[in-house]
Design a protein around this ligand. Structure first.
Ligand SMILES: [Zn+2]
Length: 262
């Protein structure tokens, strides 16, 4: 009797062990499939400007309402990018302002965005060259120039701050936009002029890019890429989309101008 009970226990124990082994195998298999999938099948790159814009709009809406997904930040993503290279779907020229970290405000992760940050989101030789690399070598379908509210660089030009050295050369890229807005609204206070100058400065940077870059012109003419302006509100976190430059067709027809140094 005692022997029979003992066998029954042994059989019971064997069944438990087999169940545990089966569960473990299933877990290992799932992990293997998960990691294996990440290694061998990277997400397809977004090749359409409309899809790229929709991704950015959705990400910014998530960030503004505090519902971020923080995508593409884990070890699987890092490994995938290291193995298969980067395929960012948008290039963004934004300001260096610490309140406008591009990946955060669009709730994007590693390998999603090709970002150029410079005070006043100006476009000179280096910025144009970086965008050309993105368009030519990574076939990025969407380029954004992103200004922002309360921009210190634009405010400095509106207020007529006396800059010197390299800062002076940098703000010279912003001055035409400020002069344009001021001539349109000669009686407006500086405080009210600043948001208009921020928007005009975005358009001016887009104009500089089209004027200077043959690669960008070719991509725009061929419909391989879109260039869109936007302004980020540092308080509400919402991005206001300006669309393509209103004079894009004329700019594409005008003679190319040599790029300028900062
Ligand atoms: Zn700024």
């Amino acid at each position: 009797m005692s022997r029979k009970v003992c066998w029954s226990r042994v059989l019971h124990c064997d069944r438990e062990a087999a169940d545990r082994r089966a569960s473990l195998c299933l877990a290992v298999l799932s992990l293997f499939l998960l990691i294996g999938w990440g290694c061998t099948a990277p997400e397809p790159a977004i090749t359409d400007a409309k899809d790229a814009l929709a991704m950015l709009q959705a990400g910014n809406a998530r960030f503004a309402r505090g519902a971020e997904l923080h995508p593409h930040t884990d070890a699987i993503r890092r490994h995938e990018l290291a193995q298969h290279g980067q395929h960012p779907y948008a290039a963004i020229v934004g300001c260096s302002d610490s309140r406008v970290p591009v990946e955060i405000v669009f709730d994007q992760g590693l390998g999603d965005l090709f970002v150029i940050r410079v005070a006043g989101n100006v476009i000179a030789t280096d910025e144009a060259g970086t965008i050309e690399y993105a368009v030519e070598h990574m076939q990025i379908p969407l380029v954004i120039v992103l200004g922002h509210s309360n921009c210190g660089a634009v405010t400095a030009v509106v207020n007529g701050s006396h800059e010197h050295g390299s800062v002076l050369r940098l703000v010279e890229h912003i001055r035409p936009a400020v002069d344009q807005v001021r001539s349109r609204h000669p009686t407006l206070s500086e405080e009210k002029l600043i948001p208009l100058a921020v928007e005009q400065n975005v358009l001016h940077s887009m104009e500089d890019l089209i004027s200077q870059s043959g690669v960008v012109r070719e991509a725009l003419n061929a419909g391989r890429m879109q260039l869109v302006g936007a302004v980020y509100d540092i308080d509400t976190a919402l991005v206001r989309w300006l669309g393509p430059h209103p004079d894009q067709a004329q700019l594409l027809d005008s003679p190319i101008t040599p790029s300028t140094e900062h």
